[in-house]
Write a protein that binds this ligand. Structure first.
Ligand SMILES: C[S@@+](CC[C@H](N)C(=O)[O-])C[C@H]1O[C@@H](n2cnc3c(N)ncnc32)[C@H](O)[C@@H]1O
Length: 271
């Protein structure tokens, strides 16, 4: 269950973050952490994006939906690389505004649109999208099943969805489970396994990959960068926010190191 924060507060935290994206320092850190400078808040790296492009079969005339799109990573990059059409949805408008500006800069205006909408109430025609993607979104919201069901409605019967999520490892003791819930995103905990949630929402699991090793490498680079640039970060964000960032990154590392948490990718098709 969520601990120190409710969903609304988390959206406000994301909104604030998306307003800072233009900072040169944050862009520089992001390039070093993930290989991109879109204002990513997921842990999807550039290398993983190429795998996503293949799994999602993206090419011109294919319609991609990116749920919980933030400021457009990785959907905008995928549109640029493949020529696919991309629709972004998220709740904080600030991220989508940044995505819109980036789309214009990258000559992707005609291939992209931004829609403020919850992942659990997608305002699109049934069966419309050939591909759906979300990066570390389900660990940022409580009702994972509704989002999976909504995505199922809008995907084409021969379409595909690929998503990553940070989760609590299975079969932990109650004490370890409680501790794990403190060592990752606010809504990592789930009453049900993803395999079961996918079955309940009309998806068949095609492939499932443990990304924890790569996630650990990304986090270690991120932590080193944050330590090395702590003074610059304090000037930009203030001491309290910088300390929160460092503590959070370290907590994520601790969770992974102890095997309490994981980052996984699911490739699923309509059942
Ligand atoms: C980890 S961020 C990922 C953002 C972006 N795709 C990226 O890779 O940088 C998770 C995103 O999920 C969004 N989100 C949380 N709850 C949501 C909901 N119910 N519907 C749609 N998006 C949601 C957040 O606002 C946030 O932008």
């Amino acid at each position: 269950m969520p601990r120190d924060i409710d969903e609304k507060a988390l959206h406000e935290r994301f909104s604030k973050g998306y307003q800072l994206i233009k900072s040169d320092l944050l862009r520089q850190l992001e390039r070093s952490n993930c290989g991109c400078d879109y204002g990513a808040t997921s842990f999807t790296t550039l290398e993983q994006v190429y795998e996503l492009i293949t799994k999602l079969n993206l090419e011109p005339n294919k319609r991609l939906l990116e749920v919980g799109a933030g400021s457009g990573w990785p959907g905008l990059y995928m549109a640029k690389e493949t020529g696919c059409d991309v629709t972004f949805t998220d709740l904080p408008i600030e991220g989508l505004q940044v995505a819109k500006q980036r789309a214009a800069k990258d000559n992707l205006t005609d291939l992209s649109r931004m829609v403020v909408a919850s992942g659990s109430a997608l305002p699109f025609r049934n069966n419309w999208f050939h591909a759906v993607s979300h990066s570390d979104v389900l660990c940022c919201l409580v009702d994972k099943l509704s989002v999976l069901k909504a995505c199922r409605e809008v995907v084409h019967p021969h379409g595909v969805m690929v998503f990553s999520v940070i989760l609590i490892s299975p079969n932990l003791s109650q004490a370890d489970y409680r501790e794990a819930a403190e060592l990752g995103p606010s809504f990592m905990a789930s009453d049900d396994t993803y395999t079961h949630l996918l079955g309940q929402s009309g998806w068949d699991l095609r492939n499932h990959v443990d990304l924890s090793k790569q996630f650990m490498e990304t986090l270690q680079v991120k932590l080193n960068n944050e330590i090395n640039h702590a003074d610059d970060l304090k000037r930009l964000l203030g001491k309290v926010e910088t300390d929160i960032r460092l503590t959070r990154t370290q907590a994520y590392i601790n969770g992974l190191e102890r095997g309490l948490t994981r980052r996984e990718s699911f490739e699923v098709v309509p059942a």
